[in-house]
Design a protein around this ligand. Structure first.
Ligand code: C5P
Length: 218
């Protein structure tokens, strides 16, 4: 039990971007390698949890002992999150596209000689926010906030708005995207815990150890 403090716990992780089709060959997406989310899923499994990883389109191997479900769009991701419940903790790392095309034609939109097509958007569901008000709300719901300025203030506002327990804020003004390292500020109602920049797998392990401590409080 000592080094498997998440044994018997169910953990859900979302990771990567979503791709929202404009037509069969084009899409809208956020910039995300999926590496931090995959590292978190790997750390959770290492600590003994039963892990479901719902992954957008990424080029990463499945961490050992993790149940991985691949999705393309935000709507698919939301449906798979629902199916994975109940869980003890949900860590929502995915960079979900805020909008999708209002209509995605079945055929490629042709450019030859035609006017520039308008791109009408419609809003995607906020998967994190809907989880915090769900009948089967996990005991611990953790959101991520990638910010380039006023990191802590934005994270505190997001914590309240989304109704989650913790926001992990990270500064993406440097080369965090797709990079090796990350620095976290763990923002809760009780305060802020700032962790030094570390490799993504090391900081993932530290986060999951904190999750284990929290779940052990019962
Ligand atoms: O609102 P914002 O996109 O900055 O919030 C980021 C957090 O919300 C992340 O944890 C992300 O995974 C989650 N999110 C979500 N569904 C969305 C948008 C964001 O789960 N449609």
């Amino acid at each position: 039990v000592e080094h498997r403090p998440l044994f018997g716990k169910r953990v859900l992780v979302t990771a990567g971007p979503t791709h929202e089709a404009i037509d069969p060959v084009r899409y809208i997406a956020n910039r995300s390698s999926g590496r931090q989310g995959f590292a978190i899923a790997a750390a959770a499994a290492d600590l003994g949890a039963e892990v479901t990883l719902i992954a957008g389109p990424v080029h990463l191997p499945t961490p050992p002992g993790v149940l991985r479900i691949d999705v393309e769009t935000a709507l698919e991701m939301q449906a798979e999150v629902e199916k994975a419940l109940p869980v003890d903790a949900a860590i929502m790392v995915a960079a979900v596209a805020d909008w999708r095309a209002a209509q995605a034609p079945d055929q490629k939109i042709k450019k030859d000689g035609n006017a520039i097509p308008p791109l009408a958007l419609t809003e995607n569901p906020d998967i994190l926010a809907s989880l915090t008000t769900h009948k089967q709300r996990p005991k611990l719901v953790i959101g991520f906030a990638a910010e380039t300025e006023n990191i802590i203030a934005h994270a505190q506002a997001k914590l309240a708005k989304k109704g989650c327990d913790w926001i992990v804020a990270n500064d993406v003004s440097g080369d965090v995207m797709g990079g090796e390292n990350n620095a976290f500020h763990i923002v809760t109602k009780a305060g802020v815990d700032s962790w030094l920049e570390s490799p993504k797998d090391i900081i993932a392990r530290k986060l999951m150890e904190k999750v284990a401590d929290e779940l052990a409080k019962s």
